[in-house]
Design a protein around this ligand. Structure first.
Ligand code: 26Q
Length: 764
């Protein structure tokens, strides 16, 4: 198809205007239409078995550039736009970012859909169409405030399908309407879909903030992603949302099975269901229910479901493992209760160990362990990085591993290098084309050939030039969109962007900033200026996380107002960090902060994106950092801190005797640590913010510090100083960049998906 001609036709028909006469918004909408037409013309991939990837989150990001690339017309479109003085990256400013995820788990689901389609595999996503998504973050008085994020415009990527199902809630049936988003595959010629279910009459956005009547169902079912789960009503709403998603999704599966002419008895031959964390786990009893309704015996239904469903675990944090009171399910979907009891009875009959029971607790007060349901009635259980899977097998899920060793497997996460390199860093992509040939785009292991240029000063210089250009671009966009704040492109860019959580230890990063500040005030001038960038949303009810944001914003203000410190140290925090900001910041990064307490970060995926874009990791031996370290070697990563075995040992000691194990006080008393922590109470800082919040943080660090920031802060500071010093040898640093990009091919989600298909799904 002549893409430019078709685009012309569209602008004439829509606006009566030539391409060159259109404004940005008009061009964006014309391109949206063109992209949708091209995707609709693509066939769905076929195969004996079809995958349904169930996830409460799909953090897909803006789609225009990504989809044009997948459709193979990115360059053509960009050339047509260039003739009228426009470019695709500019037009994307007119596109709202879909707000359908929190962080890692949601973004992983999006990368997976991209790779499944690129590999030409039949696999669709199943989720919910949250109208106001994850909240929008606003900073006022150096604190986080939340607003709804109404991302859906009249014309959007959502395609109404006319397909509807009835979801039988305890209070009565609710109609689920299906919207689809096309997922065109790069180089595969096919397109899959992301299925998003919605209510018939969604409620308008709450007038003020994100508080709303959580009992106003069904209108509010698809209002927000994970509404505040700090109160009973919020948690119950979450279960309503989950059942809405899985019941409609299960009905879609059986409808498509029938349309393919297959009987329900053959479900597992034709369908694979991947359960992304426990949020969609009720799909198991729901499928059992629907199959028995269609005439299968309980035995046959359980057998089919157990051969169909597979479970991915994304966390070992106890508080994130879902356990629901059976009374919730009784209220939301009473028809599931006898099925859950039957599934539990079968598990109990087979295994006497009470730790592996699905229902635990006294009659009438039972708790449902969602992960236990998945492990007994799924055929595969996987972790998301080698270390994470080992910890699951050895400790968190050991009783289950002893029962079902063959079910356990590892699938180290990956990211789509199409979005996270080709689209977000076109200059680096072009250099890679020159060096290793454009084949890296379909075979990322080709990036290894970049090692041939380890001693090529022209290539090393180009890597540095590209990084410098990306830093200037990030600075410009920051100034444009973040209240004129500048980043100083001549400084080292040291970036930590991810959800705010104590285990990820943004507070430890802040302690390092305090240390630098105090050194500069004491007359010790650093070797070179450093810009520290943060981006993080805190869950609305997570008080300590909000205190940490407050600390960072107060430090930023303190430093910015101090002419002695300002030239050397810069702190910036992106307001409303999202996928779009990630795409701007990651290509500009020199030092990638991946500093979680060892054993706590299941994998991390930001770490992989930074690495591919030539940032050097400063990190603990946690999650996929371990695999990154193995691939790049010790000269090309800065690792520090306590290892996971030691950390797990400390927790075990503490569990046995609270006076044993990690005692933060001991580390607080160390002469290099105390002044950093005590600075939280310094009048220079408290004058800028909420003294009570800073005091609460101080008290937590000195008495609890559950994620052991004080244990690692000294080793962390030393490693970070070393990295910043090494940055001065530009050639040596460029080599580190080169090795990181060269070794990043392993972290392509195309590799991850090929492994899921080979070991778990067997789609074709
Ligand atoms: C659970 C119960 C009640 C309310 C909310 C939740 C909840 C919500 C979101 C629990 C977990 C999540 C999200 C988890 C997540 O994003 N995990 C990340 O998954 C990534 C992809 O595998 C990993 O790389 C990260 O290490 C992991 O933290």
């Amino acid at each position: 198809m002549d893409v430019k001609k078709r685009l012309q036709e569209i602008t004439r028909a829509r606006y009566g205007l030539e391409l060159s006469q259109c404004g940005d918004s008009q061009l964006y909408h014309a391109l949206l239409q063109l992209t949708q037409e091209l995707s609709a013309a693509r066939p769905a991939p076929t195969g004996e078995r079809k995958l349904y990837y169930f996830s409460a989150e799909f953090l897909i990001g803006k789609l225009l550039s990504n989809n044009l690339l997948a459709l193979g017309v990115y360059n053509e479109v960009n050339a047509a736009l260039a003739e009228c003085g426009k470019s695709l990256p500019n037009l994307e400013d007119a596109e709202p970012e879909p707000s359908l995820g929190n962080g890692g788990l949601g973004r992983l689901a999006a990368c997976f859909l991209d790779s499944i389609a690129a590999l030409g595999l039949p696999g669709d996503g199943v989720g919910l169409n949250y109208h106001y998504g994850l909240f929008q973050q606003e900073f006022r008085h150096r604190q986080q405030y939340e607003r709804p994020n109404p991302w859906i415009e009249d014309e959007s990527w959502l395609i109404p399908t006319g397909v509807e199902f009835e979801v039988p809630f305890g209070f009565g049936p609710v109609k689920a309407r299906l919207f689809d988003i096309a997922v065109p595959g790069a180089n595969s010629g096919v397109a899959n879909r992301l299925h998003l279910f919605d209510v018939e009459q969604p409620a308008p956005a709450p007038a003020d903030g994100i508080d709303f009547d959580k009992t106003d169902l069904p209108a509010r079912l698809t209002s927000f992603l994970y509404p505040d789960d700090s109160d009973e009503a919020g948690r119950l709403l979450r279960v309503y949302q989950q059942y809405f998603m899985v019941s409609a999704g299960a009905q879609l599966i059986l409808k498509e099975l029938e349309e393919r002419g297959c009987s329900p008895e053959t479900l597992s031959q034709h369908v694979a269901v991947q359960i992304n964390d426990t949020h969609p786990s009720m799909v198991i009893p729901e499928l059992v229910r629907l199959l028995t309704q269609r005439g299968l015996s309980m035995d046959a239904a359980v057998e089919q479901v157990s051969k169909t469903c597979a479970y991915t675990n994304h966390t070992i944090l106890a508080e994130a493992l879902e356990k629901w009171p059976l009374s919730f399910i009784e209220k939301v979907a009473p028809q599931l209760v006898p099925i859950l009891k039957e599934l539990d009875a079968r598990a109990k009959a087979a295994h006497s160990d009470s730790r592996v029971a699905i229902l635990q607790g006294a009659a009438g007060k039972e708790i449902v362990h969602m992960a236990h349901l998945d492990i007994h009635y799924g055929y595969s259980v996987n972790g998301v990085a080698a270390l994470h899977t080992e910890i699951l097998k050895k400790s968190e899920l050991k009783p289950f591993y002893d029962l079902y060793p063959a079910k356990f497997n590892n699938k180290t996460n990956g990211v789509t290098l199409r979005r996270w390199l080709e689209v977000c860093n076109p200059q680096l992509a072009a250099l890679l084309d020159e060096c290793v040939g454009p084949e890296w785009r379909t075979d990322p292991t080709r990036l290894n050939r970049l090692m041939d240029f380890y001693n090529d000063s022209a290539v090393l210089d180009k890597l540095l030039d590209i990084k410098a250009a990306n830093k200037r671009r990030a600075d410009q966009l920051f100034a444009r969109d973040q209240y004129g704040i500048r980043l100083n492109p001549d400084a080292v860019f040291d970036i930590q962007v991810k959800r705010l959580h104590e285990y990820k230890r943004q507070q430890m990063n802040a302690l390092y900033i305090i240390r630098k500040y105090l050194e500069i005030k004491a007359g010790k001038i650093p070797e070179r200026p450093v810009t520290v960038v943060f981006g993080a949303k805190a869950a609305p009810a997570y008080v300590m996380a909000k205190h940490i944001i407050h600390l960072i914003l107060c430090l930023r203000k303190l430093i910015e107002s101090d002419p002695q410190v300002r030239p050397w140290l810069h702190v910036a925090m992106v307001e409303n960090y999202n996928v779009t900001w990630a795409e701007r910041l990651i290509p500009a990064c020199d030092i990638s902060e991946q500093i979680s307490l060892a054993s706590k970060e299941a994998s991390g995926t930001g770490n992989m994106k930074f690495m591919a874009n030539g940032a050097v990791t400063l990190g603990t031996l946690d999650g996929a950092n371990v695999e990154i370290a193995e691939l790049v070697g010790p000269d090309n990563i800065y690792t520090f801190g306590a290892g996971s075995n030691y950390v797990i040992e400390l927790y075990d000691q503490k569990a046995k005797d609270s006076a044993k194990g990690y005692q933060s006080r001991v580390y607080y008393e160390r002469p290099a640590v105390k002044p950093l922590v005590d600075f939280l109470l310094d009048p220079a800082l408290t004058a800028l913010g909420d003294e009570a919040a800073l005091k609460a943080l101080w008290t937590d660090l000195t008495t609890k510090d559950w994620f052991m920031a004080l244990l690692d802060v000294e080793a962390y500071s030393a490693a970070r100083d070393r990295a910043i010093a090494d940055y001065g040898d530009r050639t040596a640093w460029a080599r580190k960049m080169l090795v990181n990009t060269a070794r990043s091919g392993y972290f392509s989600s195309d590799r991850t998906i090929a492994q899921y298909n080979e070991d778990i799904w067997r789609l074709s």
